[in-house]
Design a protein around this ligand. Structure first.
Ligand code: 6PG
Length: 474
């Protein structure tokens, strides 16, 4: 019999997704550009072999799938996706659906969606999160598709996705690149979460004198509270691992240069383009860039050695608790920003993104899954048109409790010369958001002084007032 779906690209993610689909009772036709990968995949999947049809050409692949065909492409984001679409076109028929499941730039997905709209086929841009494990056992899936295309692929996506209390962590985000846009912001938030965790690790090390093994225990404890999340859990797991060669904790031998493939940076760029701040994501992207510039850092470090004596806590547990609250407050600020970018991007593209659903499908399967997302989902349930996470009563309560801990942690860390770009950005963003009157009147005064840009006044209506500037002013 023919396959229910096709899958192109048998790298780790593609192969795992194919196995996941097969586990759920669907038959999958698989293809990879290099035939050896297909052969190796079939050998690995011998126990499920009736669930797969190995194909060695795109023609074979098309013939192996029941029409109209859904075909998932899990190839490298960028040009490879365009090439794959072009290569497939001659074998496609009316109503076939091409699903790009890679980490694509949503602008590319917008373009591909529109380009294919004039053909008999349909394009779907689909964000998939959860790493290799997620792909294998249940990812979080953010779909950008027409309603009609989505209706056809929804049963398979619901089946293979992660579940939260039985609810699939997969949903339609909107048409065009909506799915990849949401996935991009997911990754931006992922970067912010990761950066803030790394910063707190340094505070635990330098201000609290905790060994990596002790920190693993702290993170495990945190994982039972409001911070409970995949990233906190795996941080504890990473901290527990001892390097076989040196006998040291693996974290002591991993080089301090962070990689990045682009999605975090895209989030920051989108935020700027929309005029919506994402300071936590910005700081996380910038920090990865600084980390990567290792050679220059060595040279600069020679001129400015860190001579600050670490500021400590008399009561260690109080310090650990402050760090926990720092992460909670930092997370709230970063998510408030991230969700604001999502809302603005949705509006800009005319998508009306389902904000509550985004929080709901991020509760399981994806990298940023956490208890906190459950709270965000509830906040949107209570108020679907929530303007800012800061306004949700449950989140406000948490922020009021956590913000002082963030402030204390920053005071100790910055006084100790520990770089805190992520958490400091979170604090700055929150502190500005809660100002009734910001210091921006100084900027308005300066703008009018040098360029007659005009300002508004606090004491009367009107938009184009100017200062009685002395000579030298414009
Ligand atoms: C996910 C992840 C994943 C991403 C990695 C690496 O949601 O499963 O976001 O899609 O590829 O996180 O990203 P960087 O190489 O940019 O850190």
């Amino acid at each position: 019999t023919q396959a229910d779906i096709g899958l192109i690209g048998l790298g780790v993610m593609g192969a795992n997704l194919a196995l996941n689909i097969a586990d759920n009772g669907y038959k999958v036709a698989v293809f990879n550009r290099t035939a050896e990968k297909t052969t190796a995949f079939m050998e690995n999947a011998a126990h499920l072999k009736d669930q797969f049809i190995a194909c060695y050409s795109l023609e074979e692949l098309a013939a192996a799938i029941k029409a109209p065909r859904p075909i998932i492409m899990m190839v490298k984001a960028g040009e490879a996706v365009d090439q794959q679409i072009e290569a497939l076109k001659p074998f496609l028929e009316e109503n076939d659906i091409l699903i790009d499941a890679g980490n694509s730039d949503y602008h590319d997905s917008n373009r591909r969606y529109r380009a294919l709209a004039d053909t008999p086929f349909t394009f779907v841009g689909m964000g998939v999160s959860g790493g290799a494990e997620g792909a294998r056992h249940g990812p979080s899936i953010m779909v950008g598709a027409s309603d009609a295309a989505y209706a056809r692929i929804q049963p398979i996506l619901d089946a293979i996705s992660a579940k939260h209390n039985g609810e699939p962590c997969s949903a339609l985000m909107g048409p065009e690149g909506a799915g990849h846009f949401v996935k991009t912001l997911h990754n931006g938030i992922e970067y912010a979460d990761m950066q803030m965790i790394a910063e707190v690790h340094e505070v635990l090390t330098k201000c609290l004198g905790l060994s990596i093994a002790e920190q693993a225990a702290v993170f495990k404890k945190w994982n039972e509270g409001p911070l409970a999340s995949y990233l906190i859990e795996i941080t504890a797991n990473v901290m527990d691992v001892i390097d076989e060669e040196s006998g040291k904790p693996i974290l002591d031998v991993i080089l301090d240069t962070a990689g990045q493939k682009g999605t975090g940076r895209w989030s920051a760029v989108e935020a700027h383009a929309l005029g919506v701040p994402a300071t936590g994501i910005d700081a996380a992207v910038a920090s990865r860039c600084i980390s990567a510039n290792r050679v220059l850092r060595q040279e600069i470090a020679e001129i400015y050695p860190n001579n600050e004596t670490p500021l400590t806590w008399d009561d260690k547990q109080a310090g650990i608790d402050a760090c926990e609250r720092a992460l909670i407050a930092g997370k709230i600020a970063a998510y408030a920003e991230g969700f604001a970018v999502l809302a603005a991007g949705g509006a800009e593209n005319g998508w009306n993104l389902p904000m509550g659903t985004i929080a709901r499908i991020w509760r399981q399967g994806c990298i940023i899954r956490s208890r906190f997302l459950d709270e965000i989902a509830s906040a949107y349930d209570e108020k679907p048109d929530l303007q800012s996470l800061y306004l949700a009563p449950t989140i406000a309560e948490r922020m009021k409790d956590a913000a002082p801990g963030l402030r204390k942690t920053l005071a100790k860390a910055i006084g100790s010369g520990i770089p805190m770009p992520g958490l400091a950005a979170a604090m700055g963003s929150f502190d500005m958001m809660r100002q009734k009157r910001t210091a921006a009147y100084v900027i308005q005064g300066q703008r009018d002084f040098f360029g007659q840009h005009g300002f508004e006044r606090t004491d009367k209506p009107g938009t184009d007032f100017h200062g009685p500037w002395p000579a030298g002013g414009a």
